[in-house]
Design a protein around this ligand. Structure first.
Ligand code: ATP
Ligand code: MG
Length: 288
């Protein structure tokens, strides 16, 4: 029997659902995975290993999993020898300094001799030494945000997205250390047999098409025939738009694929040029 490609994803937590959704969007069926550490996809030569995110870089470095999905923060913190291949556009957060609400920190040099609690000592120490700051770093594995109120540390360095957790602990955002998102990593020891290579490339192609589709919208609208030229000029279509006849003879339907961020920009212009019934639809996959 041929060897399956092995991917490590987070068992439970902030990256789990979106990692599963990405695989699903690639047409991969994973059934009965609850409470299991290892499952085979039923329709793709892929095995899924469910792990704690802290362990994923190591499993991938050792080629126990050929590839994995993990936060860039975790990949950088572990500093292991893995190859980042693709940013996946989810799990976005920042590793930031958090300081008590009443404090002011205007220059990073003011961190000199302070005590900072974090779960990311390597990233923080690198940041401090890059900036030639001597501060004391205390490593905590969780609940870092209570350290200042317990008097254990002056400041914290932790993952932040909305900042609500900081607020609850009477802290506020200060300097940004790194921005992070989920990334696909690959083992450098991945010695691809022709079959594994084929499976890997097939999966990469599907992931690319799913990521491309996320950034695009399919738009449809009705257009008076005499405005057609103007409307086509407005639409920043990826390919030439499709023009279809309608039963109402003076109108045609125009369909196009556009970049998502352009939709609101051109909406008003389209209406002014005579377009009506403008619809936008999400696309699951794009193969260009
Ligand atoms: P595990 O049990 O797997 O060790 P964990 O508690 O270490 O889980 P989570 O809190 O689930 O980790 O976060 C996993 C990853 O999700 C983080 O390393 C980070 O990359 C990303 N992340 C963290 N906070 C957020 C957030 N608020 N929004 C989006 N992504 C986040
Ligand atoms: Mg973890």
């Amino acid at each position: 029997m041929s060897e399956n490609l092995k991917i490590a994803i987070q068992k439970k937590g902030k990256l789990h659902d979106k990692s599963m959704a990405l695989l699903k969007n690639c047409g991969i069926s994973i059934e009965n995975f609850q409470d299991r550490l290892f499952v085979n996809a039923s329709n793709f030569n892929l095995d899924i290993l469910f792990l704690r995110d802290d362990d994923i870089p190591e499993y991938v470095q050792d080629n126990v999993a050929h590839i994995g999905i993990v936060g860039e923060n975790e990949m950088l913190e572990k500093g292991l020898d893995v190859e980042p291949i693709k940013k996946l556009g989810f799990g976005k957060c920042s590793l930031m300094l958090g300081i008590p609400e009443k404090d002011e920190l205007t220059n990073i040099k003011e961190l000199e001799n302070k005590i900072i609690a974090t779960s990311y000592p390597n990233i923080l120490n690198n940041f401090l030494s890059d900036n030639k700051i001597a501060a004391k770093v205390i490593e905590l594995s969780g609940s870092v945000e209570i350290a200042p109120s317990l008097g254990v540390a002056d400041y914290i360095c932790d993952l932040v997205s909305s900042g609500n957790t900081l607020k609850l602990n009477k802290l506020k955002k200060s300097f940004n250390i790194i921005d992070s998102q989920a990334v696909l990593i690959k083992s450098k020891k991945f010695d691809e047999s022709p079959e594994l290579k084929k499976t890997f490339e097939k999966l990469m192609m599907r992931i690319d098409s799913s990521l491309k589709a996320k950034k695009t919208k399919y738009i449809m609208m009705n257009v008076p025939k005499n405005s057609l030229e103007k409307i086509i000029e407005i639409i920043p279509s990826l390919e030439s738009p499709t023009v279809l006849p309608l039963s109402h003879e003076s109108l045609v339907a125009v369909h196009a694929v556009i970049k998502e961020d352009k939709f609101w920009e051109i909406n008003e212009e389209l209406k002014e040029a005579g377009a009506s019934g403008i619809l936008s639809i999400s696309i699951e996959n794009i193969i260009l």
